[in-house]
Design a protein around this ligand. Structure first.
Ligand code: PXG
Length: 450
């Protein structure tokens, strides 16, 4: 370590962020950040406190994950108690009661017979696990030729090789040539021409699901294992599914025996005013991935929830004692399970999913109050999520949105940006006055950026 390395006192105070070099930051402009760092040191309810002691209103629930707000006492206590009782238990050929209890609890939150759960440590692992389960399911049924995986343009499914391959965000793939081969993509559903300034679900675009028929014809329906989509695409800028689109995908998948995977890493746990998007849309996918809000982001955890027939097929048709050769050292980690059980209880006792549903119209008014603001070319919303798309500067795409991010941060509001879209996803405990503050701050900052 260099002599200028931080002492623990410095870190606690957050006053001397000198030696930032060794840490390789994820999805971050490292050089830029280390020249002008933004360090958060505390969080409670709707606010962060930064290293300079300023309060920042959290308009993004961290990274779409702190759905019950920060520093919630029941979750803190559950994790503290668990770490003192049993820090870790092996999950292979051994168990501990809480992972079973958590799976059972999650199953009760899911529609239909989505009733078996495999635990992972992140959304990326959940996605790769879901894709592997889909392939293993067809293999177990004697249909190993079904191996093509279909994603969608502008989809984000994490950063594992599986999720990257089915994902549709070009910059995420560019540096990593060797992706899965048997993959194809549907086109995305975003259209400024047809759907700009829609409130909730846009009316145009359900026919885009029919492209799955085209791909089934092209590859042969019997060679396609699964289709994976985010019911509402989050990271790519909040793309709301057109009315009827997801229903059409479900129908085509049924027709061809293709598994439908909803990646609900963002839409799970109340973001759309229901437990999961599949509940809101009244659809039953074959497999659902989740992460983020599962533990209110206190301890990393993801999950894959599958329908009964998938679990039964894999378990009953296996010739091996171990039915699925897959798992992680930390699958069902006791601390994560304790955090998740306390989190789900908190969502329930505080009625936070219902609260999100109740806030949706107030939120929608706030989002659409920006429709006439400078640079805005689209605003879109659903549940407690919103995308505000800005006109890119011709010579510098993404720069205007990033400037907005910096300005809002200086003015005490945390937003996210992806390319030239501002994305918002506050904790579900947000108050009206805080919704007002987010939109008035964005409005003021929009009038200041060139
Ligand atoms: N699927 C979806 C739909 C996601 O949104 C992942 C998988 C991967 O999860 P992990 O836990 O491996 O990161 C995600 C993650 C953003 C942002 O600002 C979004 C995510 C992560 C970080 C930032 O939009 N989504």
């Amino acid at each position: 370590m260099s002599p200028s390395a931080l002492s623990s006192a410095d870190i606690n105070l957050g006053t001397n962020p000198n030696d930032l070099e060794p840490y390789w930051m994820p999805f971050t402009a490292n050089r830029q950040f280390k020249n002008a760092p933004r360090l958060l040191v505390e969080a409670k309810d709707m606010h962060y406190t930064n290293a300079e002691g300023r309060k920042i209103l959290d308009g993004t629930a961290g990274l779409w994950c702190v759905n019950a707000g920060h520093g919630r006492q029941p979750i803190i206590e559950a994790v503290q108690k668990q770490v003192a009782t049993m820090d870790y238990a092996p999950g292979f050929q051994m168990g501990h009661p809480m992972s079973f209890a958590l799976a059972a609890r999650l199953a009760t939150m899911m529609p239909g017979d989505l009733d078996h759960v495999f635990f992972t440590n992140s959304g990326s692992e959940a996605v790769d696990t879901a894709l592997k389960i889909a392939l293993a399911y067809h293999h177990a049924k004697g249909n190993a030729a079904r191996r093509i995986l279909i994603g969608r343009a502008r989809g984000y499914h994490g950063v594992g090789f599986g999720g990257l391959s089915v994902g549709g965000m070009a910059p995420n793939k560019r540096q990593f040539g060797n992706l899965l081969g048997a993959v194809d993509h549907l086109q995305h559903t975003h259209s400024l021409e047809h759907n700009a300034f829609s409130r909730g679900q846009p009316t145009w675009g359900s026919h885009l699901a029919d492209e799955l028929e085209t791909l089934a014809e092209l590859h042969g329906a019997h060679s396609i294992a699964a289709v994976i989509v985010e019911p509402m695409a989050g990271s790519t800028g909040v793309l709301i599914p057109p009315i009827g689109y997801l229903e059409r995908l479900r129908k085509i998948c049924n027709h061809h025996g293709i598994l439908l995977i909803f990646d609900e890493v963002i839409t799970g746990f109340g973001r759309l005013g229901a437990s999961f998007a599949c509940e809101r849309f009244d659809l039953i996918p074959d497999i659902v991935t989740c992460a983020k809000g599962l533990t209110n982001a206190t301890v990393p955890m993801g999950g894959v929830i599958v329908r009964k027939h998938i679990y039964d097929t894999l378990i009953n048709n296996s010739e091996e004692p171990i039915e699925l050769f897959h798992g992680y050292t930390y699958s069902g980690h006791p601390l994560a399970c304790a955090a998740a059980l306390a989190t789900l209880e908190l969502y329930h006792t505080e009625g936070l999913f219902e609260r999100a549903a109740e806030l949706e119209s107030y939120w929608e008014e706030g989002v659409h109050s920006l429709s006439e603001a400078p640079h805005v070319i689209d605003v879109r919303n659903m549940g407690l999520a919103a995308g505000i798309e800005l006109e890119p500067r011709p010579d510098a795409p993404t720069a205007r949105a990033f400037e907005m991010f910096l300005k809002c941060y200086d003015d005490g509001v945390l937003i996210r940006t992806t390319a030239d879209t501002i994305t918002l996803s506050p904790p579900l405990i947000i108050e009206h006055s805080q919704i007002d503050k987010i939109f008035s701050t964005i409005s003021e900052c929009l009038s200041k950026v060139a």
